[in-house]
Design a protein. Structure first.
Length: 261
């Protein structure tokens, strides 16, 4: 456990150094958040009564989404893992007395937390001082939001571990990353909140792990979801993906061959 704590600390310290990049990211995400809010506002000005969420809820959804982008985005990876697998340098990792799966999992977790801490607080502060109805309101279910956010983050990393492991079989990361970024971002509610989608599509998505990623904590914060029962499917998918990922990792390593000499 001390070893994995050290890995987390090292990766965290490495990721938190990029303050200039974080500042640029804050400005970009704030501008993008305003654009999304103005886009939704045009729909609400036309027919606010028929929308599945209030405009204030949509604003809260978007601001927390932008503040926690580095926690929730499915297109954020640790590029060094792909490079190690493709180049064969992962062999050096295998010589260490560490489990490769927990090593990569902890490294990804530390990277995401560090990047989020650099950006989220300024975003939240600025959004909280905007005029109504655009301002970010405080949550009524803070504890539920924190629990679902933690489960969501772990679930996202568990899913992305499958993407890393797939490179052992495909020997390239380009195709799988494009597919995950394109389909996953839509299914998780990163582009459009899931309540705005047609009901049959929502039903289908809720049978997949994507519905329990960023969709849940964002809707808990915006008061669209308030039941503690929502953590049950989150925990189910997290455990399932962890078990599947661990098994696939062991299978991939048992077939792993490094050529050269």
């Amino acid at each position: 456990m001390k070893t994995y704590s050290a890995i987390f600390r090292i990766q965290f310290q490495s990721a938190i150094q990029y303050r200039t990049t974080a500042l640029a990211g804050i400005l970009t995400q704030f501008a993008w958040g305003l654009l999304l809010i103005k886009m939704f506002e045009s729909f609400y000005q036309t027919n606010a009564q028929s929308q599945p969420m209030t405009f204030e809820q949509v604003c809260a959804y978007i601001w927390i989404q932008q503040a926690g982008l580095n926690l929730f985005a499915l297109w954020i990876y640790d590029r060094t893992i792909f490079e190690e697998i493709i180049s064969g340098n992962v062999a050096y990792q295998l010589t260490r007395p560490l489990g490769l799966y927990p090593h990569w999992f902890i490294s990804n977790l530390a990277m995401r937390i560090a990047r989020t801490l650099l950006r989220c607080l300024p975003m939240i502060i600025v959004a909280s001082f905007l005029p109504e109805p655009y301002k970010l309101l405080p949550p009524n279910h803070l504890l539920l939001f924190i629990v679902t956010m933690i489960l969501s983050t772990l679930l996202i990393i568990a899913f992305l571990m499958l993407v890393y492991i797939s490179v052992f079989y495909f020997l390239t990361d380009v195709g799988i990353r494009v597919i995950v970024a394109t389909i996953g971002e839509f299914l998780t509610g990163a582009i459009i909140p899931l309540p705005f989608l047609p009901q049959p599509l929502q039903t289908f998505i809720h049978w997949t792990p994507f519905a329990y990623m960023q969709n849940i904590p964002l809707r808990v914060y915006s008061l669209d979801i308030s039941s503690w029962n929502i953590i049950i499917p989150q925990a189910f998918w997290l455990i399932l993906l962890l078990v599947v990922g661990w098994w696939l990792m062991q299978h991939a390593l048992s077939k792993f061959v490094i050529q050269g000499g």
